[in-house]
Write a protein that binds this ligand. Sequence first.
Ligand SMILES: [Zn+2]
Length: 93
Amino acid sequence: MTSDGHVDGNALGALFRDIFGQEMTDRRGCCDACGTVTRLGAAMVFRDAPGDVVRCVNCQSVILVAVPVPMGVRVNFLALRWIEIPDNTPSAT
Ligand SMILES: [Zn+2]
């Protein structure tokens, strides 16, 4: 944990696996506020809020918020323009 209380995006590896069904911390995403492209694992995660607040490593815009709810987790993709998800479908040969 850094002096400002954040950890890196690798802390959300389990959440990303629940959402996308695969390891995502090495996948790239783009901040909608500044256009920075970086690995999701490099994002800044603040865990002292009611949920996890994920901020862009460059401009600190909130790109994602994950809040626990009675049924599980509510994920709000705020300033996350895109993420890359590889096609893991076996090719038909
Ligand atoms: Zn940004």
